[in-house]
Each structure stands twice: as C-alpha cells, then as structure tokens.
Design a protein around this ligand. Structure first.
Ligand code: ARG
Length: 550
C-alpha cells in the first residue's frame, strides 16, 4: 500500500538525512518482514558499507514515534526490514479501499482510446478478439483512474476494396441471399472476387471503376456501399455485445475524406509531402521506406486518412492522449504516421501505438482472401461449449457464456501484450489456477460465504499469518493499477488477480470462517470483504464478469 510505503520513506528520510522516495521501498519477499529498503542504494552518497548504513539508520529510528511499525531488522548485506503493526496496517488498507479511487492516484486529461476498428464486409476474426479485449480493458482502467475517456471504433470503410465488392455484388450477388445472410453473403462475394481475379485481371480495373463511382457518390454505387457498411456494423455489434464491449463513438475512414484532402495540401505546402510527375504524392524518410499518400488517379490512402484523423483528434478535439490499439504488424504504418505529422508541425504529444502480438489457435492460421479465417464468434462459441463441458452444477449452466468468455479474456490478458499467444483450450478453461474461471470461482466463493453470515464483518483481534498474507496482497491493488496505467498493460492486473486468488484460496483452505469463534469470524469476514471488493473491481477492470454461481 502506497500510504505505508510513503510513511516508511518519510521515516527513512528523517533518519538518513537523504531524500528517499516511497517507490524505493519494496514489498518484502518470504519472511523478511513486510517491507524492506536496500541500503545499497545509499552507499555512494554516504560512502559507507551498506550494512553499516542500515545499522546506523536503525539506531536513529524511534519506534515509539510511530503506531504502524512494530519492529525493524537489519539483514543480509544491508537491508532494513520493516515489520508493520498488523492491526494498524489492516485499518489503513480497509480505509483506503473504501474511498472512491480505492487508493489509486486520480489523473486528469482527455484520453481517446481507439480500438477494434474492423473493416467492412468481413466478419471479425480471432485477432480482433485480442484487440477488443485489450482495448476494452484499457478504456476501463483509464476511466477508473479518472481520465476523461472516449473510446472510438474507427472502422475501415473506405478504399478500392469496396469498389470491388460493389462490382462483385453486381456480377455474382443475390438480393435474397443478402437479405437472409447479409454478412455471409458479403464475405462470400469478397472471397469469390479474389478467386476470379486470379484468372481475370480485368476485374481489378472494374473494381477501380466502381470505387470511383462510390467516391463520386453516384447513386447505385454509393447506395450499395452504404448498405454494406450498415450490414457490417450491425453484424459487428452482435459480437461486441457478447463480449461486453462498448464504444462511445463509431467513426470510420469515410468520415475523413474532406479533411484528408486538406491535410495533404497542407503537407505539400509545408514541403513535407512531395508531388511526383504522374500526379501522385509521396513522402521520403531517412530511416523508413518511402510511402505514397495519393495515387496518380487522385485517390487517397489509409495512411493519408490517418494524418487528417490525428490532426482532428489533437488540434480540433483537444485530446491529451491519442491511443491506437492496433496489431504489431502495423508498427511501420504508425511510425510513418507520427513522423509525417511531426514534420508537418502537428501536435503529436500523447499519440501512441499500443501494439500487441498474434493470437492463434492450435488448429492453425488464416487468410481472409481465401476465406479461411477463424471467426471471433466461432472462438467464443467454442469456449462456451468447452465451459459447458466443465461445469458440473445445473445452476451454473446459465453462466457458461460468461465463464467461456472470461476464460478467453483472461488467456489474452495474462500474457504481456507484445507476446504472441497460441491457445490451448484445456489450459485456458481450467478451474484450478491462473485462468479466468479461477478468478470467477474465487470471487463467487467469497461472496457466497459473505451472504451466508449474518455477523457484521469487523477488524478485531489479531490477524493470523494466512489472514495477514491475504490482507497484504489485497493492499497491493492500487500500485498494481498504477503500473497498468503507466505501462498501458492490463496484464499487470490480470497477473495480480491470479496471485491474489491463490492467496485467498490458501487462506480459505486453512481458516474456517463461518464455524470460527465470534471474534475470528468477524475478522475473517472483514478480510473476505476486502478480498471480494478488490477482486470484483479488478475483474471489472479487465472486463471479466463476476458471477453468482459456478
Ligand atoms: N481498419 C484497420 C484494419 O483492419 C485498422 C485501423 C486502425 N486504426 C487506425 N487509425 N489506423 O487493419
């Protein structure tokens, strides 16, 4: 708990005469007290050996002046180990957790979290699952720490591929089929078009023609494009609803067209963007590949639209942070984007590409052009099916969806975002440890005990070792959330929750609650209450739904 670290740091500062920061105070491992400070950090400044420094500091501290420390020991090559007064510590933790922010520093600032951003006419695939889970957790965490967050789904709804789609529909489409199975039909057309194109290059040209027609808002082309866009959005909404993911706004590349033209002209004027003889625009870099921003036929590109979009978010809408949650395969894109914007003199402070690695199944990979993709909805279906196999009680069956999805979310978030992940269905659906179901299970168990008792939880008597270990783990919640914020890494919270539940289960295994003596019972109920509070909030922050029955 930060308050406690701050107190210790203050005592250390007074005793050593050197300003010692709270974050240098560590949570002890094993039985070396509760917190420690490595005096090795002071050897240079004090020009003494660390063991000696530790001894001298200890001499200067008068434990009579503080309520919250019981004992200080010098250990090893120069550690100061602090033993807190358990009751005082428990009270502090309990008080801190009952505040709104639960001990987490409040931040302010306008934050844009863009995530998901799927393309039109294709169902979301397994890679989007990782994106959605990560982006959603980030929006939840940023909001909790006080930022004014806007989450945005910036869909890929513009470009020559939609000309191809309109053409494919006119060639091979079926109105009835489009009514009945809209997304299936669009995806089928998409795949068919690419297959046909391999034989007939003329198709490419047709696609371009229809893309122009969409761009010029000609009735038929534009109408179909709009319809396909609508179909896709409705289809995606279903997936988001299942995942419990919400956006504050939906935008798309097609909303940026005018601004894009303006931004490109601005870039040309400023000498950042160059014009080629054929009329196309491009940018050269010292250390990155050259990129085109306007084709010879006048059409703009994905990257061009992002330039205009960045400018809008930063200069017009005034976001302090502009986060893009997008897979690592687009890191070059974002490097180029930020570089171009910087050169144009746009404000790029707080613009960050939050990237993540690949997610795959043991079953194999995908290629959407050939129609082989693992759909997001299939992945969820499979997880839910597996959850149903594992659930033993009738009553818990209604929670299979939440358990399956929780398992998937946890499996994504328990691995740092940069790393690739390969799913193993049995591992992610275990109820035993380090899994989504394990978090839900522990939380459910704590709640059920709390429900069964009519006693008022209260911090009285002395904590046992197991109780206190759990209290200490609970106390690390605020700093864990802060790490997650600083590193844009929900994994910090996921891993913390897993350890927290382990501690809970040890406690629960060793300490009867309902059958204990009144004093022990009241105290243990309080410990359970603190655990429940932190575990529920933690799960909420990573988008895993607590459930009532497992
Ligand atoms: N629609 C793009 C895709 O599916 C992702 C968009 C990412 N966001 C952005 N501002 N470029 O690959």
């Amino acid at each position: 708990m930060k308050v406690v670290k701050e107190n210790i740091a203050e005592i250390l500062t007074d005793a050593s005469g050197i300003n010692i920061e709270a974050q240098k105070v560590e949570v002890s491992q094993g039985d070396r007290g509760d917190f420690s400070y490595p005096c090795m950090q002071l050897t240079k400044k004090l020009e003494k050996n660390p063991r000696k420094i530790a001894e001298e500091i200890k001499e200067k501290i008068d434990l009579g002046d503080t309520d919250f420390l019981d004992k200080i020991e010098v250990a090893g090559p120069g550690y100061l180990n602090f033993f807190v007064n358990r009751s005082e510590f428990g009270e502090t933790v309990e008080k801190t957790l009952s505040t709104d922010g639960m001990g987490v520093d409040k931040r302010d600032g306008k934050v844009l979290v863009e995530f998901s951003s799927p393309n039109v006419a294709k169902p979301m695939h397994i890679g989007h699952f990782r994106n959605n889970v990560l982006g959603d957790a980030l929006q939840r965490i940023f909001r909790f720490v006080g930022y004014d967050v806007t989450s945005e789904n910036y869909i890929g709804d513009w470009g020559t591929q939609y000309g191809k789609l309109v053409y494919a529909y006119k060639q091979f489409g079926d109105e009835e089929e489009l009514e009945k199975n809209p997304m299936e039909h669009l995806f089928h057309l998409y795949v068919k078009f690419h297959k046909e194109m391999e034989q007939d290059e003329e198709l490419e040209e047709q696609g371009r023609k229809w893309a122009n027609r969409i761009e010029n808002e000609e009735e038929e082309a534009y109408g179909l494009w709009k319809k396909f866009r609508e179909i896709s959005i409705n289809y995606h909404k279903n997936d988001y609803e299942r995942m419990g993911v919400n956006f504050d706004r939906w935008t798309g590349e097609s909303t940026m067209l005018e601004e894009t033209d303006n931004a490109l002209e601005e870039g040309v004027e400023k000498g950042v963007i160059q014009r080629d003889n054929d009329g196309s625009y491009f940018v050269e870099f010292e250390d990155l590949p050259t990129t085109v921003l306007r084709k010879a036929d006048g059409t703009t590109l994905y990257l061009s639209r992002d330039i205009a979009n960045l400018k809008k978010r930063k200069s017009v809408e005034g976001f302090d942070y502009n986060f893009y949650v997008v897979g690592s395969e687009q890191s070059l894109h974002f490097k180029q984007l930020f570089k171009i914007c910087e050169r144009m003199g746009l404000d790029t402070d707080g613009c960050e590409h939050i990237s993540y690695g690949l997610l795959s199944l043991e079953e194999g990979s995908m290629s959407s052009r050939k129609g082989r993709i693992v759909r997001l909805s299939e992945v969820i279906d499979k997880a839910v099916e597996k959850a149903e196999e594992k659930i033993s009680s009738e009553k818990a069956m209604k929670n299979a969806e939440e358990i399956g999805i929780g398992a998937l979310k946890y499996a994504n978030l328990s691995v740092t975002k940069q790393k690739d992940i390969m799913f193993n269905w049995d591992e992610i659906l275990t109820f035993e440890g380090d899994s989504g179901p394990y978090l839900q299970y522990s939380n459910t168990r704590a709640k059920s005990i709390l429900r069964k008792s009519s006693e008022t939880p209260e911090l009285i008597g002395e904590f046992t070792d197991d109780e206190f270990k759990l209290v200490k783990k609970v106390s690390q919640f605020p700093e864990t959330v802060e790490q997650a914020v600083k590193q844009r890494e929900p994994t910090k919270i996921a891993n913390y929750l897993s350890k927290l539940c382990e501690e809970f289960n040890t406690f629960y295994h060793n300490s009867p609650v309902l059958k204990a003596d009144l004093e022990d019972k009241k105290r243990r109920l309080k410990v359970l209450e603190m655990f429940e509070k932190v575990s529920s909030k933690g799960m909420e922050l990573i988008g895993i739904t607590p459930i009532d029955e497992m």
